[in-house]
Design a protein around this ligand. Structure first.
Ligand code: KG4
Ligand code: ZN
Length: 343
C-alpha cells in the first residue's frame, strides 16, 4: 500500500502512550495524534519508578490513551492499516499492558500486528522527524539508556558501544539527590551548573584512557559524593555557590566523555549521513553544544528531534511499525513481551 496509517502503543517504562501516524511513500510522515500520559506523580514519593505501580497504571490507562489518540486523529479503527506495539525491552508488567491491548485490537479487527523494539523506536525517530537516510549514527542518552548505534535500516543496527554501568540521566538524577535538588535531576542540575564554575571541582572522565566507545558514569557519582563531603567536612555545609560549582564540574565531565566517545564513534563510521541524538539527556544545552560542535568538525549534520519525540512516546513506535511492515514484517497473536531484548 502506498499510504499506511498505524496506531502505536507504548508502556515500557512510566509513560502510557498512544499515537497515530500516516505515511505516504516518498513523503514526510504525518503525526495525526501523539498522546503521552506520564506517571511522575504516582512514583514521586518513592524516588524512582515502582514496577507494580507502573504496571497497574498502564493497564488502567492504555484503553483511554488509545481512545484519545483515535479521537484526536479523527479516525476510527476501520481507517487503520495496522497496530504497532512496544514488545520490549522494559518493565515486564508495563510492556504487557500495551501488548495485551494491541493483541485485543488486532484480534477484534483483523488488523496486522507489528511488535517493535523500544530502542529501535528511539533509533528510527530521526527518520520520522527529519527524514534522515540510512546509514546514520545515533547516540541514545536517557535515564535508562546510553549507547551508540549505527543505523543501516529498520531492522539493521550495529551497537558501537555504550555505558557499562549507569546511564547519564541516572547520574544526573543521583547528583541532584546528593545535592538536595528536586527530581528529575537533569534540568535542575543544568540550571545550577549554568551559574557555577566548572573548573573548581575536577571530576574523572572514565574510560577515556581506553580505546573504543564504551562509557562509565557510576564512578562520577562516587566522585561527586566525595567532593561534596569534603566541602561539608571543611565548612560544615554547602553554600549555594558550592552546589552550583559541583553541578558545573559534574556536567562538564559528562559532556566531555560524551563528546570524545562520539568523536570515536563517528570516526568508526565515516560514511554516515548524519549524527543524531535522542533521549532526555539530549535536552541538555551544554551537552547539545558539545555534540553540535563535534558534528560540525566532522562535517556531518547534527540532528536532535524535538524533545517530546526524543523522550518516550508512541509516535516513534507507530513509525517503527510502519517501517518494519513495509519490509514485510508482521507478528501473530502469539507475540510475547520481552523484558530483555537487545537490538
Ligand atoms: O528519555 P527520558 O525522558 O526517559 C528515559 O529515561 O527513558 O529521559 C529522562 C532522563 C532523566 O534521567 C532526566 O534527569 C534526564 O533524562 N534529563 C536531563 C535533562 N532533562 C532530562 N539530563 C540532563 N540535562 C537535562 N536538561
Ligand atoms: Zn526510552
Amino acid at each position: 500500500a502506498d499510504i499506511l496509517t498505524f496506531l502505536g502503543l507504548e508502556s515500557s517504562c512510566d509513560d502510557t502512550a498512544a499515537a497515530v501516524i500516516r505515511h505516504r511513500k516518498g513523503e514526510a510522515p504525518e503525526i495525526l495524534a501523539n498522546v503521552v500520559a506520564g506517571q511522575e506523580a504516582l512514583h514521586a514519593a518513592f524516588g524512582g519508578v515502582v514496577p507494580e505501580i507502573a504496571a497497574r497504571a498502564h493497564a488502567e490507562r492504555m484503553d483511554i490513551a488509545v481512545e484519545e489518540a483515535l479521537s484526536a486523529s479523527g479516525l476510527g479503527l476501520s481507517d487503520l492499516d495496522g497496530i504497532a506495539v512496544t514488545a520490549g525491552p522494559g518493565l515486564i508488567g508495563g510492556v504487557l499492558a500495551a501488548v495485551m491491548c494491541a493483541k485485543g485490537l488486532s484480534a477484534a479487527t483483523g488488523l496486522p500486528l507489528v511488535g517493535v523494539n523500544h530502542l529501535a523506536g528511539h533509533a528510527l525517530t530521526p527518520r520520522l522527524t527529519d527524514g534522515l537516510s540510512y546509514p546514520y549514527l545515533m547516540l541514545l542518552v536517557s535515564g535508562g539508556h546510553c549507547q551508540f548505534l549505527r543505523v543501516d535500516g529498520p531492522e539493521s543496527f550495529r551497537r558501537l558501544g555504550g555505558t557499562i554501568d549507569d546511564a547519564p540521566g541516572e547520574a544526573f538524577d543521583k547528583t541532584a539527590k546528593l545535592l538536595g535538588l528536586p527530581q528529575p535531576g537533569g534540568p535542575n542540575v543544568e540550571r545550577e551548573a549554568a551559574l557555577g564554575d566548572p573548573k573548581r571541582f575536577v571530576f574523572p572522565r572514565p574510560l577515556l584512557d581506553r580505546p573504543g566507545c564504551d562509557m562509565s558514569f557510576s564512578g562520577l557519582k562516587t566522585a561527586l559524593l566525595r567532593a561534596r563531603d569534603a566541602v561539608i567536612a571543611e565548612k560544615g555545609g554547602l553554600t549555594v555557590q558550592d552546589r552550583r560549582d559541583l553541578c558545573a564540574g559534574f556536567q562538564l565531565a559528562v559532556a566531555a566523555v560524551l563528546r570524545e566517545k562520539s568523536r570515536r564513534a563517528l570516526a568508526e563510521c565515516p560514511d554516515v549521513t548524519a549524527f543524531a541524538v535522542a533521549g532526555g539527556v539530549a535536552a541538555n544545552q551544554r551537552i547539545r553544544g558539545e555534540l553540535t560542535a563535534l558534528a560540525d568538525q566532522a562535517g556531518v549534520p547534527f540532528v536532535a528531534p524535538p524533545l517530546r519525540l526524543c523522550t518516550d512516546n508512541a509516535a516513534m513506535i507507530a513509525w517503527a511499525g510502519i517501517e518494519r511492515f513495509r519490509e514485510g514484517h508482521q507478528d501473530g497473536l502469539d507475540l510475547s513481551a520481552r523484558p530483555r531484548w537487545p537490538l
